[in-house]
Design a protein around this ligand. Structure first.
Ligand SMILES: NC(=O)c1ccc[n+]([C@@H]2O[C@H](COP(=O)([O-])OP(=O)(O)OC[C@H]3O[C@@H](n4cnc5c(N)ncnc54)[C@H](O)[C@@H]3O)[C@@H](O)[C@H]2O)c1
Length: 250
């Protein structure tokens, strides 16, 4: 039988690429996002379901999972990729910017995992666990001037990943996070053009001589969904081509 996953932020970037890979591999995929965006191209594809949802809003998340529960008896995986970034110095940040990042990047995964749990636990066990993968960021491990608050939300979601992993494992759900470096997605295009005077700079190419493509991150997400990672739980795995490994003077 086809496996079923929920992908938040599945209309764009890393989330969108995850949806494509899962569908190619035969999964049924629920996309939770503010709008369908590029994902509309998949609308007629078998096993593709879109549910409009604001992951930072508890009522919206509950309504989306109520709909999922009407159609799917169980979930095999949940991938939390929805995220927003606002650049600016900590002195300059507005409350609105900060609330947006806390809502989507931190409260979002917590609200979605919580609502998904009854479906994730269905037919799962410690020997055959369902999977949660959270998309964190290298910015939560190595903070950066100009994205201090974004990094703080990512560091916090790394903490939630570890605690969820320990709390949920006995009930047959394992939880891990990827922490990407710079990835070529619409999010990074928007940051490149921001002129906020905060001193924010993209890290530039990794030691491998390039930034990541979404596929570089999705292959690691797929590892976390595979049997090969059955004993990996609560890990925050940097996927950054070695960018954080040592300081490089540019
Ligand atoms: N691109 C990078 O360099 C990079 C690096 C490290 C981590 N990340 C993280 O990867 C994840 C995916 O980012 P991306 O680069 O693919 O960005 P993206 O902007 O291409 O995609 C983000 C998706 O999240 C959705 N989204 C935003 N707010 C939402 C909300 N309230 N409810 C539901 N959906 C919402 C957007 O509509 C969009 O489809 C994010 O969590 C981001 O923080 C990205």
């Amino acid at each position: 039988m086809s496996k079923t996953a929920v992908v938040t932020g599945g209309a764009s970037g890393i989330g969108r690429c995850t949806v494509e890979k899962l569908m190619t591999d035969g999964w049924t995929v629920w996309v939770l996002d503010l709008s369908e965006g590029k994902a509309e191209e998949s609308a007629d594809a078998p096993r593709y379901r879109f549910q409009r949802c604001d992951v930072g809003n508890a009522e919206s998340v509950k309504a989306a999972f109520d709909e999922i529960k009407r159609h799917s008896e169980k979930l095999d995986a949940m991938i939390c990729s929805a995220g927003v970034i606002r650049t600016g110095s900590l002195e300059q940040h507005t409350l609105e910017q900060v609330d947006a990042m806390i809502g989507v990047n931190l409260k979002g995964p917590w609200l979605c995992v919580r609502e998904a749990l009854p479906l994730l636990r269905k037919d799962s066990s410690v020997t055959d666990p369902s999977r949660v993968v959270i998309v964190g960021s290298i910015g939560g491990i190595r903070p950066k001037v100009g994205t201090g608050f974004y990094g703080a939300t990512k560091a916090a979601v790394h903490v939630l990943t570890g605690v969820l992993a320990a709390e949920l494992a006995p009930t047959g759900v394992i939880v891990n996070a990827v922490a990407p470096g710079t990835v070529a997605t619409p999010m990074i295009e928007s940051v490149q053009t921001s002129q906020d005077g905060s001193g924010y700079k993209l890290s530039g190419d990794s030691p491998l001589g390039r930034i990541a493509q979404p596929e570089d991150i999705v292959d690691v997400i797929m590892f976390f969904l595979s049997d090969a990672s059955r004993f990996v739980n609560g890990t925050i795995l940097p996927v950054d081509g070695g960018t954080r490994a040592a300081f490089i003077k540019k």
